[in-house]
Design a protein around this ligand. Structure first.
Ligand code: UDP
Length: 240
């Protein structure tokens, strides 16, 4: 097996990654497979932090379009990320992977609150640490939460696992002429308004100097190959 290139990573999964072929909610088969891939990383010695979105259940912006107050909608979205995090915790525990969910919102009966030093302790022990409830604030996204936590825990790499292979100049599903970027800078992503992460997340990553990999989560084994040093998906790093 190739040596591990990253000691500590933060993997951001969108809520939609848990849906599989469904239109809503969580597909147990899909979350089980993803948990298996995370287990492989842990067994190989990588410290793994996870942030999971909530878009498979609720997004505040979508709820607001339907008339729900935006702040309430964002609270609902953050709670959706807690639901997904609990499902992933359960899937990992069934594979006997030690794991803790830490929430940015207090829900003491269900999981513990986010405490930076305690999160570092868990990671050092090799426990998967799932950061739930985003940043704990409305008007943010789980991309921003992933960037924030990645910087806080000193991750060597932030991985954004999506439904596409990486970063394109346009949506490759709608535009067959879309160009694939194997490498790009944060400034390029910002200037060309590429669909990588939201601006807050991109600026935080750029200013903190943390590299980002955007890759396809539906490609089995890709995560392991990536931590083994393979060039998977798109790499975003540096300024101009
Ligand atoms: N959210 C929030 N603050 C945060 C993170 C998330 O208010 O710090 C809410 C927001 O409504 C968002 C929803 O939670 O739409 C789910 O997160 P996101 O849309 O990032 O999930 P994903 O698209 O990754 O599944």
């Amino acid at each position: 097996m190739s040596p591990i290139h990253y000691r500590r990573i933060l993997l951001k999964l969108s809520g939609e990654a848990l849906m599989g072929a469904g239109a809503y909610g969580i597909d147990p088969g899909v979350i089980g497979r993803l948990a298996g891939e995370v287990r492989e990383l842990v067994v190989s010695g990588v410290q793994v932090a996870l942030v999971i979105g909530g878009g498979n259940i609720f997004r505040g912006a979508g709820l607001a379009q339907g008339g729900i107050d935006r702040v309430t909608g964002d609270h609902m979205g953050m709670l959706a990320t807690v639901i997904n995090s609990l499902a992933m915790q359960d899937a990992l525990e069934r594979l006997e992977v030690p794991v803790r969910v830490m929430s940015a919102l207090r829900i003491d009966q269900i999981c513990e609150g986010y405490i930076h030093r305690r999160a570092l302790d868990y990671l050092e022990k090799g426990w998967v640490t799932i950061f739930a409830a985003g940043t704990g604030n409305p008007f943010f996204t789980t991309d921003s939460a992933a960037s924030l936590r990645a910087v806080e825990i000193g991750a060597d790499l932030l991985i954004k696992a999506t439904k596409v292979d990486g970063v394109y100049s346009a949506d490759p599903v709608r535009d067959p002429a879309a160009v694939f970027y194997r490498r790009l800078t944060y400034d390029q992503a910002l200037q060309e308004d590429l669909a990588v992460m939201d601006t807050t997340a991109l600026v935080l990553c750029r200013n903190s100097g943390i590299p980002l990999r955007v890759m396809n989560i539906y490609e089995p084994g890709a995560l392991m190959r990536l931590v083994g040093g393979a060039e998977i998906g798109s790499l975003v790093e540096g300024g101009e």
